[in-house]
Design a protein around this ligand. Structure first.
Ligand code: DGJ
Length: 731
């Protein structure tokens, strides 16, 4: 474990628990990527992998062919405009309009700590002396630019965190047109690219494609990390599955526009890179100022996708999610959105609360529609005052009544938005993001507030904190229901309009930072029209994120599989809703809906006063199951056993406790088949020498047998049927 510099060889060696990452300094000035992979004790000779002696020629050997060298060298962070024609990491323009950038090694420092990133979410060490950071300082002296490449690791995890800071050391402003956070060049290994793609209500489906010659891009320019493409990319060697194959993954700790690129180029190398999307981005950096680019988490696995997943899960649970709830049971909640939509009042909510309490539910969440004159989605965002026609006596009266039923209370807000039909917009039309003279495009009849302006951030803070101070509120669902366009800020000068998207994200982070520091008891759930902002940036502030507006148990299998590929189950907002499902009309058994939702933070999204007594009785059982299994689901190691998304028939996942004394297996038969034998499931992650008893039966198996021989599932009769299998170690 640790980071060291071999001065003679010019190699920085970063060792995590089971990986090694090597950076070389060639000719005393070029910062090259040598190796990322399985941990290696003795790396002598490694600098040869930079191939500086080979064709195309090294400029220092024959003083020619610099461009061909630049275009071939395995860069650790790629410049622009001086001969490397591959995807660049950085583009900086001078006042004169010249925009070449060439970075040369200057110096380094190795620290036994990891510091935070100014204004940005980032992973952190829990205790002093448990993290390492390498800062490699590079300069482009022609333009007076210093670039600090940072690499951090934690003693207990295999992830490597990369970020970049730019400092203007010159005496004239510089324009940053592009600044990615991580990049490296590798030999091509017939890689496949894996990403998480989708749409509203169909988020984060696993998608694989071959990395052929050219650029393969995953990105968002929507102002949020997006439903469509998640800021995650992995390159896989051929044949990679859950248990075998090499995986190189990047995940961005950022909630705005991003770019992830895999580029196979002429000499059979592959460049992989990630950072803020350069489209529409331009940041003016004054002399003496610095710019901090967000963090990218890099994970390598030589044991397939499963090990990658568990590395991300452990890293995020221990070093990213700050909330005190991260290791706690969350209250089982009932949310009134699908129960009532905008049509509710105090009486209705209290009726729901009463029935919910009888079934073991612990918190009522009042969703959209409680403020201004909002009876549909056409008005009132920005006017955060209680609608007393619906809630006479205000919020306090409602909350007191809900609490009198024995439930906690949570509330929905959408602070980043403004409705054109609102008092706020009528008073401050210039507070909305829009371009003067161009009619702004509406989405869901709303505009986005210009959070690059401190006075707008201040207004939002004052109004939301007033709501939170007005009653005993335990939980906030922070929603964001549209993406950004018509990018104009009434305040930014012309040559700073390109800063708007990033400044907007910084404004959101500032609000979230204030929220969790001034209301530390709050359980915060992030949401963006379902799962449009399911990213590491949001996880830093909120321990759970609403996964998707699609609550159908079958659709959720693929959504939750893709989400859990990177993000821990402890943060996956999952609820049981009514049938036919409101998003797509499917009818599934109540039990199956419960089993699927038990894979995340558990709750209900239905009118409990109207469902059948049988369903209500089942809720009583499900809430008990949640408390029984949630510590295991929240803290355990996750294994993907089978994927409905791939096989179109059945789904299966498993969570094993860290001490391997118990495991919960969830099996969902999506489609029934006739004339087949029972299905055999091979488990993973158990103690091979342990003995495991299937709960409530006399069946006992060795761990070794369950992982190799497996156990049999008698195929249920019918579609959409699920089973839970709980094995407990008895010897
Ligand atoms: C989108 C969310 O995903 C839903 O759960 C609900 O809160 C609506 N917004 C309310 O407008």
């Amino acid at each position: 474990m640790g980071i060291q510099y071999d001065k003679d060889a010019g190699i920085f060696q970063i060792d995590t628990r089971s990986t090694t990452y090597l950076i070389g300094i060639a000719d005393g000035k070029y910062v090259g990527h040598i190796y990322y992979g399985k941990k290696i004790g003795d790396c002598r000779g490694a600098q040869r992998l930079m191939r500086t002696g080979e064709h195309p020629f090294v400029p220092s050997e024959n003083l020619r062919e610099k461009c061909r060298f630049m275009d071939n060298f395995p860069w650790e962070y790629a410049g622009w405009g001086t001969g490397d024609y591959r995807e660049s990491s950085i583009q900086v323009r001078t006042m004169e309009g010249y925009s070449a950038c060439e970075l040369y090694y200057d110096s380094y420092e190795i620290l036994r700590e990891k510091t935070g990133l100014k204004g940005l979410p980032a992973t952190f060490a829990k205790e002093e002396g448990t993290a390492w950071t390498l800062n490699i300082i590079c300069r482009d002296k022609c333009i007076g630019l210093k670039v600090i490449l940072s690499y951090s690791i934690f003693d207990d995890n295999d992830g490597i965190m990369r970020s970049v800071r730019l400092v203007n050391e010159g005496d004239a402003p510089l324009y940053i047109d592009r600044v990615l956070s991580a990049s490296w060049d590798m030999d091509n290994e017939a890689f496949e690219m894996l990403s998480l793609t989708g749409a509203w209500a169909r988020e984060r489906h696993m998608t694989r494609c071959p990395v052929t010659y050219g650029r393969h891009v995953i990105s968002s320019i929507r102002g949020e990390s997006s439903h469509q493409e998640n800021p995650f990319m992995a390159l896989l060697t051929p044949g990679t599955d859950q248990e075998k194959g090499q995986v190189y993954a990047m995940n961005f700790i950022y909630s705005g526009n991003f770019l992830a690129v895999a580029q196979a180029s002429q000499y059979d190398s592959v460049r992989m890179a990630m950072g803020i999307h350069p489209e529409g981005f331009c940041w003016k950096l004054m002399p003496g100022e610095d710019f901090q680019a967000p963090e990218v988490v890099c994970v390598y696995s030589d044991e397939g996708l499963g090990k990658m997943t568990r590395t991300f899960h452990d890293l995020y649970r221990e070093h990213l999610i700050r909330s005190p709830y991260v290791h706690k049971d969350r209250p089982v909640l009932i949310n009134n959105w699908e129960a009532t939509y905008f049509n509710f009042n105090t009486e209705k909510l209290v009726d729901i609360a009463k029935e919910a309490k009888a079934c073991g539910i612990e918190m009522l969440v009042m969703d959209d529609g409680w403020f201004g004159k909002r009876n549909d989605d056409n008005s009132s965002l920005g006017d955060w005052t209680v609608n007393e026609e619906k809630l006479p006596g205000g919020l306090k009266n409602l909350v007191d009544q809900v609490k009198a039923q024995g439930l906690k209370f949570g509330i929905w807000v959408e602070p980043e938005m403004v409705s054109p039909d609102s008092d706020l917009y009528r008073a401050h039309p210039d507070w909305a993001i829009q371009i003067p003279g161009r009619a702004p495009g509406l989405m869901r009849a709303q505009l986005v507030l210009d959070l690059s302006r401190p006075e707008v951030v201040e207004y939002v803070w004052e109004s939301i904190s007033a709501v939170l101070n007005s009653a005993d509120i335990s939980y906030v669902k922070w929603d964001m229901n549209r993406q950004l366009c018509d990018l104009g800020s009434a305040c930014l000068p012309p040559d700073r309009q390109g800063e708007l998207m990033h400044r907007y994200v910084l404004g959101v982070y500032e609000l979230l930072e204030r929220l969790i520091t001034q209301f530390p008891h709050l359980l915060l759930e992030n949401c963006s029209g379902g799962g449009g902002r399911f990213d590491g940036g949001m996880l830093y502030y909120s321990p759970q994120i609403w996964c998707s507006d699609d609550t159908d148990a079958v659709e959720r299998l693929a959504i939750q599989e893709g989400t859990a590929l990177v993000y821990p189950l402890s943060c996956m907002g999952a609820h049981v809703s009514d049938c036919p499902n409101h998003a797509l009309g499917r009818v599934t058994p109540f039990t199956t809906r419960g089993h699927v939702a038990l894979a995340g933070t558990f709750g209900y999204e239905l009118d409990i006063t109207k469902i059948s007594q049988a369903d209500r009785d089942e809720i009583k059982e499900q809430t008990k199951l949640y408390h029984k299994y949630h510590p295991l689901v929240r803290e355990g190691d996750y294994y993907r056993i089978a994927s409905w998304h791939e096989n179109h028939l059945y789904d299966c996942w498993q969570v094993v406790s860290k001490d391997r004394t118990e495991t919960l297996v969830t099996y969902v038969q999506v489609l029934s088949q006739i004339s087949f034998r029972s299905r055999r499931l091979r488990l993973q992650g158990l103690d091979p020498r342990g003995l495991y008893q299937l709960e409530d039966t006399d069946e006992i198996y060795s761990g070794e047998w369950l992982m190799n021989g497996g156990f049999l599932v008698q195929r249920p009769f019918g579609d959409f049927i699920s089973r839970l299998y709980h094995f407990i170690k008895v010897g």
